[in-house]
Design a protein around this ligand. Structure first.
Ligand code: NAP
Length: 446
């Protein structure tokens, strides 16, 4: 007899996928969680800054989902290559896509492709030990750099700025791979310029993260008081939004402060957008144009420019979702079009059995907890559509085995986890991330 518990595939083992799997299992369903990488946790492992221990500890909560008897991990499986979405739709009662928005956005300015110009996604992947990180490219970009420009004033820009300036004792206690720690400890970077194309009131960082920049040992934060004059639209924002008011207050505390000389300096620039990156073989300078903000809060160039010396430019201007073969995609917003998590076809009708949650549903915004609510809303749609019905779905594990795909199940993940803890223990740390795909797969088999 068919089983009344439905079998559902979740594509992506990051926070959204695991929150969705948890909610689906709690409702009595069986869930296969697939991930392209041989390890779970997505951006919790490869995005959240390693020195943010409390945010990263959400991984312990997510790990419990993988221990549920209703949930099966199928890691190391690339949907779109190893198996198609159509095959998943045939093999499962429902498919929930939660594969995130892991690509970078570009500035589209001359010089962006010079050596030394990186996307924050590249730098973050490198320092988190992502197996696909472009280690050679990032390390070449960092080599010999003394001054860096970080473009963007969101939380990722804060992470990158902190990691580039933090004292090595702070980073030493993290799970960053040893080669990353060694390179950052030897880094000659003394100045990091952070560019916001609008004013301090429009920055998207959160106050706690911003404040941390001023708490790093041996690091001074500086900002020109003239940059902090608020035009009417910004003054209104400060009045109406407590987070904005607190952010502006923190930044004002740094204005025109010339404290004792520090080991490193962070310079915040507002009303400043990069218009060109200059250099012969690699980045040498960044041309910055001053901007004004109109009544709608949009930035406009004034034509007045200045140059910053820099050998490293990190654009931290947001993440971008990408399309998956056979799934509708909104090229303008870089998300999968949906209504309450139900994927919509180009005519606006729901695609039966296909759902979406997380960044690929709503765009790269919010904190990790935002994905719990978001996943719950999608799961409510899945459950409403499936109702009480018999299921004879068989899943895709046998097909993957017949194709020789090296699937990492939860036991493999436990083995990787143990190997990383053992590696960390050698240097008195909780864990050290295995950064190499072959090492991850060896550990999984071990
Ligand atoms: P974000 O908050 O959207 O910030 C992007 C920044 O890039 C904005 O300052 C934006 O300015 C700027 N920008 C975009 N296009 C630009 C251009 N062409 N030229 C110059 N500047 C440009 O994105 P994010 O920092 O990548 O963070 C993604 C999400 O993850 C956010 O929700 C964030 O809060 C979250 N996150 C949270 C934490 C944490 O909680 N600790 C850590 C990391 C990330 P405009 O506003 O002018 O467009």
């Amino acid at each position: 007899m068919a089983d009344v518990s439905n079998l559902i595939a979740v594509v992506g083992a990051g926070p959204s996928g695991l929150y969705a799997a948890d909610a689906l299992a709690t409702a009595g369903n069986r869930v296969d969680v697939l991930d392209r990488l041989p390890v779970p946790f997505g951006l919790v492992r490869y995005g959240v800054a390693p020195d943010h221990h409390s945010i990263r500890s959400v991984r312990d909560t997510l790990a419990k989902v993988l221990e549920r008897p209703e949930v099966r991990l199928l890691a190391g499986v690339e949907v779109g290559t190893d198996v198609t979405v159509a095959e998943l739709q045939d093999a499962y009662d429902a498919v929930v896509l939660t594969y995130g928005a892991a690509r970078d956005r570009r500035l589209a300015i001359p010089g962006e492709d010079l050596v030394g110009s990186l996307a924050a996604t590249d730098l973050v992947a490198w320092y988190c030990g992502h197996p696909d990180a472009d280690r050679g490219g990032v390390e070449h970009a960092l080599d010999g750099a003394t001054s860096a420009v970080v473009v963007g004033v969101g939380n990722v820009a804060v992470d990158v700025t902190r990691v580039l300036t933090a004292p090595s004792e702070r980073l030493d206690a993290t799970d960053m791979p040893q080669h990353v720690l060694d390179l950052l400890a030897a880094s000659g970077i003394t100045d990091v310029h952070v560019l916001g194309r609008r004013g301090p009131a429009q920055a998207t960082w959160t106050t706690k993260e911003l404040r941390e920049l001023g708490e790093l040992d041996g690091v001074g934060v500086e900002v020109d008081a003239l940059d902090l004059e608020l035009e009417p639209v910004s003054a209104a924002l400060v009045e109406s939004d407590r987070v904005v008011a607190r952010n502006v207050e923190v930044i004002r505390g740094w204005a025109d402060q010339h404290a004792a000389p520090q080991r490193r300096h962070i310079y915040l620039h507002f009303h400043a957008r990069p218009v060109e990156i200059l250099g012969t073989d690699r980045v040498e300078r960044v041309v910055v144009e001053r901007t004004t903000i109109d009544d709608a809060g949009a930035a406009h160039g004034t034509g007045e420019t200045y140059e910053l010396e820099a050998q490293l430019v990190v654009r931290s201007v947001g993440y971008r979702g990408v399309a998956l073969d056979g799934v509708p995609f909104d090229d303008r917003r870089n998300v999968i079009p949906n209504a309450e998590g139900r994927v919509l076809d180009p005519e606006g009708a729901p695609v039966p059995g296909l759902y979406v949650a997380g960044w690929i549903k709503r765009g790269p915004t919010g904190i990790i907890g935002t994905n719990k609510k978001d996943a719950a809303a999608t799961v409510a749609s899945v459950l409403a559509d499936l109702g009480e019905r018999d299921s004879d779905a068989t899943g895709i594990a046998d097909v993957l085995a017949s194709r020789g795909i090296d699937v990492v199940a939860v036991a493999g993940w436990h083995a990787i986890d143990a190997a990383e803890r053992a590696l960390g223990a050698e240097r008195g740390r909780d864990r050290t991330t295995l950064h190499d795909r072959a090492a991850l797969l060896d550990a999984a088999r071990g």
